[in-house]
Design a binder for this molecule. Structure first.
Ligand SMILES: *Cc1c(COP(=O)(O)O)cnc(C)c1O
Length: 221
């Protein structure tokens, strides 16, 4: 059995050294992990959980209804899933199409707001999801009339084949982009980058949200 408490203590002490005066949000990525494991991380002070697959989360979220959990959707979004995502989640990290943003806005229930992050395709690989750098300003202008979805930052999923040392430049680029966009779009304050292998580097380079799976819960099957 994975020692979630010990893992979290280790992660927190690493983050404490790096974060300076900033608040860093830990999103525990619980895909393929049971609701009991989520509950255990919650008992150790984690309130934010990230899920990738809607079907899986639809099963787990009701089991944890009595807990004060903020749910983050971090998977690829199909437009026919937008209603469920808007109803069940509090944050969506992977907004990468105008259509998806509008559907989430439309289906978001009356009594809530949805925090949205824009997934950017920093490597500009044709096959990958994410908005290209040169398109992001137009994208934000197109979506300036959203009512329920509050776009509040950027998100990246780096290419897993890039070595850690190469990621440093990528992270720097994201931070530079945010600083530039912020002059025009003042609500953009968050950067969701950094996973188990690279969260320390990501925090050093300006990340405000880290998405940690295996370093908290142990290896996924
Ligand atoms: C699985 C996943 C993570 C967590 O990855 P780990 O390497 O387990 O920390 C973070 N972000 C996204 C988008 C993921 O799919």
């Amino acid at each position: 059995m994975e020692d979630i408490e010990k893992n979290l203590n280790k992660i927190r002490s690493k983050i404490d050294v790096l974060k300076k005066d900033k608040e860093i949000k830990i999103v525990a990525v619980s895909k393929k992990k049971s609701w009991q494991e989520i509950s255990k991380a919650y008992d150790n002070g984690i309130n934010d959980f990230g899920e990738n697959y809607l079907q899986e989360s639809i099963y787990k979220i009701p089991k944890l209804n009595s807990l004060d959990i903020t749910w983050h959707f971090i998977g690829h979004i199909q437009s026919n899933k937008c209603r469920d995502i808007a109803e069940k989640f509090d944050w969506v990290h992977t907004i990468d199409r105008v259509k998806v943003a509008r559907l989430l806005d439309k289906f978001c229930p009356e009594n809530k707001e949805l925090r949205g992050l824009i997934q950017i395709n920093i490597d500009n690989e044709e096959s990958k999801s994410g908005i290209k750098l040169e398109e992001i300003e137009n994208f934000l202008e197109d979506l300036s009339d959203l009512k329920k979805v509050k776009l509040c930052g950027l998100m990246i999923i780096p290419n897993p084949n890039v070595e850690l040392i190469g990621l440093k430049e990528t992270f720097k680029e994201v931070k530079k982009l945010l600083d530039k966009l912020q002059k025009k779009f003042i609500d953009l304050t968050e950067i969701s980058m950094g996973m188990s292998r690279d969260f320390e580097l990501a925090i050093q380079e300006g990340s405000t949200i880290v998405r940690l799976g295996e370093s908290i819960f142990g290896a996924r099957k």
